[in-house]
Design a protein around this ligand. Structure first.
Ligand SMILES: Cc1ncc(C[n+]2csc(CCOP(=O)(O)OP(=O)(O)O)c2C)c(N)n1
Ligand SMILES: [Mg+2]
Length: 594
């Protein structure tokens, strides 16, 4: 008697069950040990297979895809350091709460830790950063073992989508031969997934797992609604959130009903919208001023999402740690690193805020004076920024130009370091919803190019990505994925020849060490990277020229690099001057002494 080989059967069942659970994207990098997985995926209809030359980029692309869709893409690797290359994206997916499935091929257990080639200890390699992991090293001889495989696929996908969402790791030891073929059968196969080539009838998954979603009780909602209604100076704070598309409208709607100011991070989904909401966009620039911050004293802060990008906002919340602060978050990760919360409601935020909103009814709260103060400060900030002389060195203007020039609905990706901060402080308002993505879970400058391309593929539309020059170089090989026909990104590269962010730190005064060891100028021209990967490149002179070039670049249907050159030291000075102008204007607007 003969039967298909163990590796072939295992891979076929697993891939089939992952597809039934909703996985349809596979990002793979070449290797031998993963042969059974790749052949199984390639021969099963319904998968999009994408090939990457390095595993780190593959994982970051899959991360971006998961961010844009809320569904996990699978990453397939061979054994050894290929697996270790997934760690940065795993960390970001874990802390950013983004679904991701890792399928790592491995050598059989007997070869572990015994000097076998390309063998490392893979089970558990991602530690606590994965929501679920297992090592599928067992035999496939009994019906229970087949059922287990089907159930594990269902569990893994369910764990990846949450709650909270994150990475999951299935380690898959395969013995040679790795290619399909006949093997002596150990016995007759019993019914279950893979006994024929199918699992449950009609394409159903082996186990259907319902989503886990922590929901506040009616009493808890009642108490929160009462507390909010009773406040005279409530402030809503919305930080970055993996489900920004859901959270944003909920938090805006509540802010409108409450007539309360909404301090919404660009990554929260709440900052941009066409509806009338008091959502200041320059608070990062005026909350840093002591008198202004005191003039805007809250008596209740309700916070959702991760920690906001703005350091000034964080400091302001910390200053009011004696004031009642309510965190609403359903994720397992604690969202209060400053320990300012007085109530922590462990519940899905969009759901909870929506239900609080429904209880408030239509009666006006009469808080217009309170909201007005925030809006006056924000208008003053906007006018003060508008009155500044044009300055090519001010990178904040690049973000404002991008926000202003984006055709409606175009997703924006911003890299860590200054682009995300400049969007927060200087990007201004947008006339409608603007989906913004960033790797803010762990704020690495790695994998940025790949993540932006993954977002474009997931969103199924071109993306504009504002990236620093070091972030571009860190993941320059990610540009290879511009060849994917559905991954179109216009990269706006803010080229200040090094890490501009370090000029804002006290260490910038410490030459001669500062420039070579912190700012790290490199002199590499992005045009050369563009040429290497066959991507168009254009040098644009300042923010206004960028705003003009952007729509055309987007409409061209091809990925491109638009490079804007700036100067790190002058950028720092321009930031200081802008912040000072805003501070003075905000004080004047609030009738405070200058
Ligand atoms: C993987 C990783 N390595 C190092 C850092 C530390 N770091 C933070 S910002 C930064 C400089 C980034 O330079 P660039 O991308 O050009 O942006 P700019 O600061 O010029 O805006 C570095 C090295 C990091 N966040 N992530
Ligand atoms: Mg830079």
């Amino acid at each position: 008697v003969s039967a298909p080989r163990h590796a072939t059967v295992l891979a076929r069942i697993l891939i089939d069950e992952l597809a039934r659970a909703g996985v349809d994207q596979i990002c793979l990098a070449p290797g031998s040990r993963s042969t059974p997985l790749v052949l199984a995926a390639a021969s099963r209809p319904g998968f999009r297979l994408r090939v990457f030359l390095d595993e780190r980029s593959a994982a970051f692309f899959a991360l971006g895809w998961g961010r844009a869709t809320g569904r996990p893409a699978a990453v397939v690797t061979t054994s050894g350091t290929a697996v270790a290359n997934l760690l940065p994206a795993v960390v970001e997916a874990s802390q950013g709460e983004v679904p991701l499935v890792l399928l790592t091929a491995d050598r059989p257990p007997r070869l572990r830790d015994a000097d076998a080639n390309q063998a490392i200890v893979q089970p558990g390699i991602f530690g606590d950063y994965v929501r679920f992991h297992t090592d599928l090293a067992g035999p496939l001889e009994q019906a229970a073992e087949y059922r287990h495989l089907g159930a594990v696929a269902g569990r893994a996908v369910a764990a990846a989508v949450g709650w909270p969402a994150g990475p999951v790791h299935l380690n898959l030891p395969f013995d040679k031969p790795l290619e399909p073929g006949e093997a002596p059968s150990a016995g007759s196969l019993t019914p279950g997934p893979g006994s024929g080539d199918v699992g449950r009838p009609h394409g159903a998954p082996w186990v259907r797992v319902t989503p886990r979603r922590p929901r506040a009780s009616d009493d808890e909602i009642e108490a929160l609604a009462a507390r909010i209604s009773g406040a005279e100076r409530p402030v809503l704070v919305a930080g970055p959130h993996a489900s920004a598309g859901e959270l944003g409208p909920a938090v805006r709607s509540l802010a409108a009903a409450l007539e309360a100011p909404l301090l919404a991070d660009p990554l929260s989904g709440g900052r941009y919208g066409a509806d009338a909401v008091a959502a200041p966009v320059h608070y990062d620039l005026f909350l840093g001023d002591g008198p202004v911050a005191r003039a805007l004293a809250p008596d209740l802060i309700v916070r959702v999402g991760q920690a906001p990008t703005s350091a000034a906002l964080l400091a302001w919340m910390e200053a009011w740690s004696g004031t009642e602060q309510v965190v609403v978050d359903g994720g397992l990760r604690w969202k209060d690193h400053l320990a300012t919360a007085s109530t922590y409601l462990q519940a899905d935020a969009a759901d909870a805020l929506g239900r609080v909103r429904a209880r408030l009814g239509a009666t006006k709260a009469g808080r217009t004076g309170w909201t007005d103060r925030w809006e006056r400060a924000d208008r003053a900030a906007r006018d003060a920024l508008g009155a500044l002389a044009p300055d090519h060195a001010h990178e904040g203007r690049i973000l404002a130009a991008v926000v202003g020039a984006l055709p409606g609905g175009t997703p924006l990706f911003v890299s860590s370091s200054m682009p995300v901060r400049d969007l927060d402080a200087y990007g201004g308002a947008a006339p409608g919803p603007l989906p913004v993505f960033a790797n803010r879970g762990a704020s690495g400058i790695d994998g940025i190019v790949s993540s932006a391309l993954g977002v474009a593929a997931g969103a199924a539309r071109p993306v504009v990505a504002v990236v620093g020059d070091l972030a571009l170089l860190h993941d320059v090989n990610g540009l290879l994925a511009t060849r994917e026909d559905d991954a179109r990104v216009v990269f706006v590269v803010v080229n200040n020849d090094g890490g501009g962010i370090f000029h804002f730190l006290p260490v910038s005064e410490h030459e001669p060490a500062f420039t070579p060891y912190f700012a790290t100028p490199h002199g590499i021209e992005p045009a050369r990277a563009a040429a290497l990967y066959g991507v168009g490149h254009r040098l644009v002179d300042g923010a206004a020229a960028l705003a003009e070039a952007l729509p055309g670049a987007l409409a061209s249907g091809r990925s491109a690099i638009l490079e804007v050159r700036t100067d790190r030291a002058r950028n720092r000075d321009a930031h200081a001057a802008a912040a000072e102008a805003v501070r003075r204007a905000a004080r004047a607007a609030l009738d405070l002494p200058l």
